[in-house]
Ligand binder design. Structure first.
Ligand code: MD3
Ligand code: FE
Length: 204
C-alpha cells in the first residue's frame, strides 16, 4: 500500500471528547457571526459540495469571478472574519514546529453526501509552513497521494478528535475527501463533519 509522504503526521484521537466539545462551541459562535456559504469553482461556477467559512485575519474563499484567494472579509457579510480561538493557536504552537502563527483557519462543513476532489493547497505565499487539520463529527475517508497527479494514493479514515500535521513534502501532496460515514459520531447534533485547517498564509 502507498505510504503518506514524509512530513505527514496523523494523531488519532488527539483531542478528547471534552476538548472536541469546547472547540465545537467556539466554532458555533464563529459560524453565527460568519455564516457558512457555498463556494464556487473558478470560471465554471460549479458549486463545491462543502460549505465553508473562516476565522483569522485572512480567510480562504472562491467564487466564479475571482477564483481561489485569501481575503480579510466574509464574501457575503463583508465583515472581518472572527479571530482564531486561542485553543487553536495553542494547538498550532504545540504541534506545528513553526516560528510564525497562522493567519487563517478554514472551516469546512460536510453534510452526509459532501466530498472534496483531489487537489493541492498552493494559494499560500508561505509553502514552508505546515497545515494543521482538526476533524470533528462524522468520520470521513481521506485520500492522500504524492506531489503529482500521477503518483499513487492511499486512503484512511479521519475520525472526530483526530489531528493531522501536513509538513515537509506532504504539504504539497494531492489530497481529498472521498466520502463521509453518516452516523459515526454524536458530537454534531444534526450529523455531518467539520474540518478545521490552520494555515500560515503570508511569508513570515
Ligand atoms: C494535505 N480539507 O481544506 S484536511 C482543505 O478534510 C482540505 O476538509 C480536507 O483539503 C478536509 O484544503 C482535508 C487534511 C489536509 C489539509 C490540508 C492539506 C491535508 C492536506 C494540505 C496539504 C496536504
Ligand atoms: Fe486541501
Amino acid at each position: 500500500a502507498n505510504q503518506p509522504p514524509p512530513g505527514f503526521r496523523h494523531l488519532p484521537g488527539y483531542l478528547n471528547l471534552e476538548a472536541q466539545k469546547a472547540l465545537l462551541d467556539e466554532i458555533r459562535t464563529i459560524v453565527a457571526a460568519a455564516p457558512l456559504y457555498q463556494p464556487a469553482m473558478p470560471r465554471t461556477g460549479k458549486p463545491l459540495s462543502v460549505r465553508m467559512t473562516n476565522c483569522g485575519s485572512l480567510g480562504w474563499v472562491t467564487d466564479r469571478e475571482h477564483g481561489y484567494r485569501y481575503q480579510p472579509r466574509h464574501p457575503l457579510t463583508n465583515e472581518p472574519w472572527p479571530p482564531i480561538p486561542q485553543r487553536l493557536l495553542n494547538l498550532w504552537n504545540t504541534l506545528a514546529d513553526y516560528p510564525h502563527e497562522p493567519e487563517a483557519c478554514l472551516i469546512n462543513f460536510y453534510s452526509a453526501d459532501a466530498k472534496m476532489g483531489l487537489h493541492q493547497d498552493k494559494d499560500e505565499a508561505d509553502l514552508d509552513a505546515p497545515v494543521l487539520s482538526v476533524s470533528l463529527g462524522d468520520t470521513c475517508l481521506f485520500r492522500i497521494g504524492g506531489t503529482t497527479r500521477e503518483a499513487g494514493t492511499g486512503s484512511f479514515k479521519l475520525a472526530s478528535g483526530d489531528v493531522v500535521v501536513l509538513g515537509g513534502t506532504s504539504r504539497l501532496a494531492f489530497h481529498g475527501v472521498d466520502r463521509i460515514y453518516p452516523g459515526t459520531s454524536t458530537l454534531l447534533k444534526n450529523g455531518g463533519r467539520v474540518n478545521l485547517t490552520l494555515r500560515r498564509v503570508m511569508k513570515g
